[in-house]
Each structure stands twice: as C-alpha cells, then as structure tokens.
Design a protein around this ligand. Structure first.
Ligand SMILES: [Zn+2]
Ligand SMILES: [Zn+2]
Length: 218
C-alpha cells in the first residue's frame, strides 16, 4: 500500500546542455520550489502559472551555469529565496564566465539568500526536504531528499556519474558520496538527475557500471 505523495514533480529539459529543471509543487498549499532552473525562465514561470502554483524557493544542487542560468530572472520576478551550499556560492557567481567559455550568454545570478549544509531541512508547505552534502562533481554539491524523491543534480545519472575533471572535482569524493548518502536510501527511492532520465537507487546499485565493478575509471 502506498500513500499518496504530497508533492508533484514536473520535469523540464532546458538550455543548450539539456539540463533538467524540476518544478516541485505542493498542491495542498499551492506553493512550489524550482530545483536547478538552468534556463528558460519564461517557460518555468508559465508552467507555474498553469498549475496555479506560487514559487516559494529556488533550490540549487550546485553552481554550474547550466543549472543556475534562470535564477536571476526568477529572482527578479518572484519573491523566492535562493538556496545553495556555501562551497558552491562563489561558483554560482562565476556563471557568466562559465557560460562564456561555451560561447553562451548566461546572466549572473544574485547572491544566495540561504546557505544550506548537510542535515539542514528546507520546507515546502509542511513537507521537508533534507539537504545531503554530496561533493565530488563540485565541492558544494548537494542533494535534496523528500520522502522517496531525491534530486541529485550532477552526482549520479542513469548508468553514469557526474564529471569530476572540472575545478574542485574529485572522483573519489563523488563515489563515496553516492555510496554513503544515496545507496543507503531505500531501493525504490527515485533519483531525479540534472541530465537524462530519472532512475532509482535500486536500478543504479544493480546496473551502474561505476559501482558494479565493470568499469574502474571514467
Ligand atoms: Zn554540473
Ligand atoms: Zn549539469
């Protein structure tokens, strides 16, 4: 028997790097959070309006430009506060420069309103999201966990893991974060990654080559 989830998740693929932006609504209160609004602020606002949801918070898994490109516009047009780990706050500030290296024009996000750390609770209505510090892709990368929903950013993907060759990356840290913080969750926990399709803890434990020993390096 499964209880009805208090939250609804809308996934949007945005921007030139096909980044997943998640709009998570709490229909009981009409509030929503947006996780990693990478681009297409107008479309995000249109989706919120279509659902009749008010944007309450902007939650960021890390500070790469493809995850924060719409933060400036959303912040300007809503009252939502911006949440990020302190170790990625400076990275977010360089989003414009990061984008320029890809030939893209990325508006610089405003400074964060709230710094989140391991174990912090961020609420949407009466529903808690627990912050898990999951470094490796970047030093301040976090996962937002609510019930059986985990928003894992660029930590782990279906059959793959986040790249660790960018500044501040660490392959060992990333593998440890997945093993200690993600693979200890129930197998049916749904993982919503920053790129590509959703998956589950159980499927990745069984089939992700970075953890089944089929591939040593990557
Ligand atoms: Zn990234
Ligand atoms: Zn990304």
């Amino acid at each position: 028997m499964t209880e009805a989830r208090p939250l609804r998740v809308l996934a949007m693929e945005v921007g030139p790097l096909s980044e997943n932006t998640y709009i998570v609504g709490h229909p009981a209160t009409g509030k929503a959070v947006v996780i990693d609004p990478g681009d297409e602020a107008d479309e995000i606002l249109r989706q919120l309006e279509a659902q009749g949801w008010t944007l309450d918070k902007i939650l960021l898994t890390h500070g790469h430009f493809d995850h924060v490109g719409a933060v400036a516009a959303l912040k300007e047009r809503t009252a939502a506060n911006v949440y990020i780990h302190p170790d990625d706050a400076d990275r977010m500030r360089t989003a414009g420069r990061q984008g320029a290296m890809f030939g893209l024009n990325v508006p610089t996000p405003p400074p964060p309103d709230v710094l989140v750390r391991e174990g912090d609770i961020v609420s949407l209505g009466d529903v808690p999201f627990r912050v898990l510090h999951t470094p490796g892709h970047t030093p301040g990368h976090v996962t937002y966990l609510s019930g059986d929903l985990a928003f894992v950013g660029d930590l782990i993907f279906e059959g793959s893991i986040g790249r660790t060759d960018l500044p501040g990356g660490s392959h060992e840290q990333l593998l440890r974060a997945v093993r200690e913080k993600i693979f200890t969750l129930p197998g049916e926990t749904i993982l919503f990654p920053g790129h590509g399709p959703a998956t589950t803890v159980g499927d990745e434990k069984r089939g992700n080559p970075f953890f089944t020993g089929e591939e040593a390096e990557g």
